[in-house]
Design a protein around this ligand. Structure first.
Ligand SMILES: [Zn+2]
Length: 426
């Protein structure tokens, strides 16, 4: 059933995106999140991972076949539902690689990414993969520059190609490239054409990462009113909003999210798988099929294959994501971890780490000494703290157990000196 009203006036463009005009208030967004949390057991959000396709499009990144298979298997272990395996139009080697990756999967659905061309669909058929995402630019600029076409030609192309793929027995998703800069009414026409032609899903792509969460929420509220198709959001991180935008899409009605491990992807990357699934659960109260303990090993595998080390401060999977140093935080954490932990490390297979450095306090020193089986009175803790801070400033690094034990030993000596002073040196 189509639920559209194509005569609806398009949202007035106000910034770089014509969708930006109708902005929901913060209260509305909060209410929406709350209503989702309160909803009766909504189905898990479907996680579509694009690391092998959009992730590999990141500058300088390429995966060999062994790496692709290893990443695909790790994605399967991590519980993703679908994997965009590659672009069959790239030729024989890519088709063979996509086929090999697809055959390595047991549960996960592989998807072939195609342009809105019957020739691309033919290439997808040669991979043996039965699901395709056929993509077409929707902004007037991209339509004119990339295809030399206008909106009527694009709609005809969508109807023609989707029907062609459906007639071949494929499950078809229509990808709306640069949808965030397209006329909202035209996007709605595209969604209707996709549904009427037999597609099962529409992907709204914020290809240039120009949207904000409030606008994305509005977009999906409107799309939900237009169609019964499955709706997916694919967000880029040019403004650092890909994760927030993906969350807002789900809160607005999307039931599929398109993500990449570590946010790997073109330019500033895509929405990060590990961030999106965690935010969905912790903020929106939405389940996914992701096995959170597998996120760390998966991220390490992708970081290694892409030759892009995981930044220390990366949420969920970064080395410092569950690490604490500052005195105020550590003093609270040692009494109750929830004082300074919104996320517990255990579900992610991580451990809480307390390190010593410039901002440490007495509680952290005592805790670290205890771990070494050492004790110290307040005066000695203060002396050790001074040494720890000086060392951290000098080396620009944390202070490890060996150094701490050394400082502990060094601070034993003042007691002797004090006796000497008391003995009448002055
Ligand atoms: Zn993309």
């Amino acid at each position: 059933m189509l639920r559209r009203d194509l005569r609806r006036k398009p949202t007035a463009p106000s910034t770089s995106s014509p969708w930006s005009g109708s902005v929901h208030t913060v209260d509305e967004a909060v209410l929406s999140a709350k209503s989702i949390v309160e909803a009766m057991s909504p189905p898990p959000v479907v996680v579509n991972d694009c690391t092998l396709r959009d992730g590999e499009q990141a500058p300088g990144v390429s995966f060999d076949l062994a790496e692709k298979v290893a990443i695909a298997c790790a994605l399967e272990r991590a519980g993703v539902d679908e994997i965009e395996v590659g672009i069959p139009a790239m030729g024989r080697l890519e088709i063979e690689a996509m086929s090999a990756v697809a055959q390595s999967l047991e549960r996960v659905q592989p998807i072939a990414w195609c342009r809105m061309l019957s020739a691309d669909v033919d290439a997808a058929i040669r991979t043996g993969i039965r699901r395709v995402n056929v993509s077409i630019p929707l902004s007037d600029r991209q339509l004119a520059v990339k295809l030399g076409e206008g909106r009527p030609e694009a709609l005809a192309r969508i109807r023609r190609t989707v029907r062609y793929a459906v007639d071949l027995g494929l499950t078809v998703a229509v990808g709306g490239e640069d949808a965030s800069r397209a006329d909202p009414s035209f996007v709605c026409e595209v969604v209707v054409a996709a549904e009427e032609s037999g597609a099962t899903r529409f992907r709204f792509a914020d290809t240039l990462g120009v949207l904000d969460p409030f606008t994305v929420h509005s977009v999906f509220r409107r799309l939900c009113a237009e169609t019964d198709l499955e709706l997916e959001f694919h967000g880029h991180d040019d403004l650092g909003m890909a994760t927030a935008n993906t969350l807002a899409a789900v809160q607005g009605g999307a039931n599929h999210v398109s993500v990449c491990v570590l946010g790997l992807g073109e330019r500033a990357g895509n929405a990060a798988l590990e961030e999106v699934v965690t935010a969905l659960e912790h903020i929106a109260g939405r389940r996914t099929n992701i096995v959170t303990k597998e996120l760390g090993p998966l991220a390490e595998l992708v970081a290694s294959a892409s030759r892009r080390p995981i930044p220390e401060g990366k949420p969920i999977v970064g080395g410092a994501a569950f690490t604490h140093e500052s005195g105020i935080h550590v003093a609270g954490l040692l009494k109750d971890p929830q004082t300074y932990e919104g996320l517990s490390p255990e579900p992610f297979g991580r451990n809480r780490r307390i390190v010593l450095g410039k901002h440490s306090g007495g509680a952290g020193i005592r805790h670290a000494l205890k771990e070494l089986g050492l004790t110290a009175d307040d005066r000695r803790v203060e002396a050790i703290l001074e040494l720890v801070r000086a060392r951290a400033v000098a080396t620009k690094k944390g202070v490890g157990p060996a150094e701490l034990a050394k400082f502990h030993a060094e601070t034993a000596t003042p007691k002797v000196r004090r006796v000497a002073v008391a003995g009448g040196a002055r």
